[in-house]
Ligand binder design. Structure first.
Ligand code: ZN
Length: 417
């Protein structure tokens, strides 16, 4: 399975200039290829072949006075940039033809020097890790890396990323063998909430981290400061970097926290069941901020990645399943409950429920039932799952998160873009 390993990079001023030049060249090559494809499309000509296009926008272009400067940078990242453009086109065509599930994918767009994130990919021919720990990039030089953890194997490629706060990262793709942890008996259902981060069916609660709120207050203050600065002024540019740094800080802190939580859950349980939340849908509504804050899709992705790596199971319960309406004691469907109702008593058996814990227990039961592949059957004594709650075509409705469809441990590993 392919995994990504990211490290902070510290290029020198000269290397930063060389990287900037290469970012620029990759962008131009990309845009030239895109323009040629659009031109062909408009003229009713056949879709240009990648190899021909590569020759046209790199090899031939280099010999013209307008594009002679392309020769000053390494050719490997330019070729990779065109490959990524091909992938973007393929995704678009597959999306149009219906071969690709999920959200519709648009046509690739022209890139701009103002794009907040710049990246370059190098294959095996374009980079080497030196014995002194520096990362050698063709025509860039030996770049200092902060090796925050060891690389488990030889990487097959590396992507150099410049983020809006001005930081450089190297993201390596490494092919690793899954290491299965000793099996445990515990299985949990997880209800992702807004008042707390998540409630587990065993009764444990993951609280929203307070330190994120603090980091966020700083971010807000920086944003207010930015809005007061005159457009185009030097001070505004400076403040914008400050805002970007604050953003990066919040994102890093959240990621670290999510890693910690998901690792803990995967270590302690054999199977984890989650609801297939429509995160994209929720994020558009009023709850937008807290949803992004909560980073649910990242939470799910990390669980799935770690499950694949450590031989655990992650099951997704379809979002039409009424986890908050069913009584986890007797299976009675008690009707919809507005968000503010935190506790309720079952109309049939009288059991008193904490809304989230009850939902987590239902998610566990539904997930286990799915896994046993027994549609309509009880998951555990006394818990009947109504037929109408089941999706018609299970497995084709992973919907909004098509890339995270790893349903069983070890099923294909982690998709690498
Ligand atoms: Zn009941």
């Amino acid at each position: 399975m392919h995994l990504r390993y990211s490290y902070r990079l510290y290029p020198t001023a000269g290397q930063r200039a060389a990287l900037a030049r290469t970012f620029g060249c990759a962008r131009v090559v990309d845009n030239d290829a895109l323009a040629a494809r659009k031109e062909a499309r408009k003229g009713g000509l056949p879709y240009p072949k990648s190899t021909d296009l590569q020759k046209q926008v790199i090899t031939v272009a280099k010999k013209t006075p307008e594009r002679a400067w392309l020769a000053s940078v390494g050719v490997d990242p330019l070729i990779q940039s065109l490959r990524d453009l091909d992938t973007a086109y393929r995704n678009f065509f597959d999306s149009v033809s219906g071969k690709r599930a999920g959200r519709p994918v648009g046509l690739p767009r022209f890139k701009s020097r103002k794009d907040s994130r710049q990246s370059l990919r190098f294959t095996r021919n374009g980079f080497r890790i030196r014995s002194n720990g520096k990362l050698n990039l063709a025509k860039i030089g030996d770049v200092r890396v902060k090796w925050s953890r060891a690389l488990p194997a030889d990487p097959s490629s590396v992507t150099i990323v410049l983020d809006p706060s001005g930081r450089y990262h190297a993201s390596f793709v490494v092919d690793v063998e899954p290491v299965h942890l000793p099996e445990v008996d515990a299985e949990v259902g997880i209800d992702l909430g807004l008042t707390t981060y998540a409630v587990l069916s065993d009764g444990s609660v993951i609280d929203n981290p307070r330190f994120l709120r603090t980091a966020e207050k700083k971010l807000k203050a920086a944003q207010r400061e930015l809005s007061r600065k005159a457009k185009g002024s030097k001070n505004r540019a400076k403040t914008r970097r400050k805002v970007a740094r604050a953003h990066a800080k919040v994102a890093d802190t959240r990621k670290d926290w999510l890693h910690k939580q998901t690792t803990g859950i995967i270590r302690e349980t054999q199977a984890v069941y989650l609801e297939d939340l429509n995160v994209r849908g929720l994020a558009r509504g009023r709850l937008a901020k807290s949803v992004h804050d909560a980073g649910w899709s990242t939470f799910r992705r990390l669980l799935e990645e770690k499950a694949a790596q450590y031989g655990r199971h992650v099951g997704i319960v379809h979002r039409a399943y009424p986890s908050s309406q069913l009584c986890s004691e007797c299976g009675h469907r008690d009707g919809t409950k507005p968000l503010h109702v935190r506790e309720w008593a079952c109309g049939a058996c009288g059991a008193l429920h904490d809304r989230d814990l009850n939902a987590a227990r239902n998610i566990l039961a539904a997930g286990q039932a799915d896994r046993l592949n027994a549609p309509g059957g009880p998951a555990s004594p006394g818990v009947a799952i109504p037929r109408q709650a089941r999706p018609v075509e299970r497995g084709t409705h992973l919907g909004d998160l098509p890339r995270t469809g790893v349903r069983a441990a070890g099923a294909g590993g982690i998709p690498v873009p």
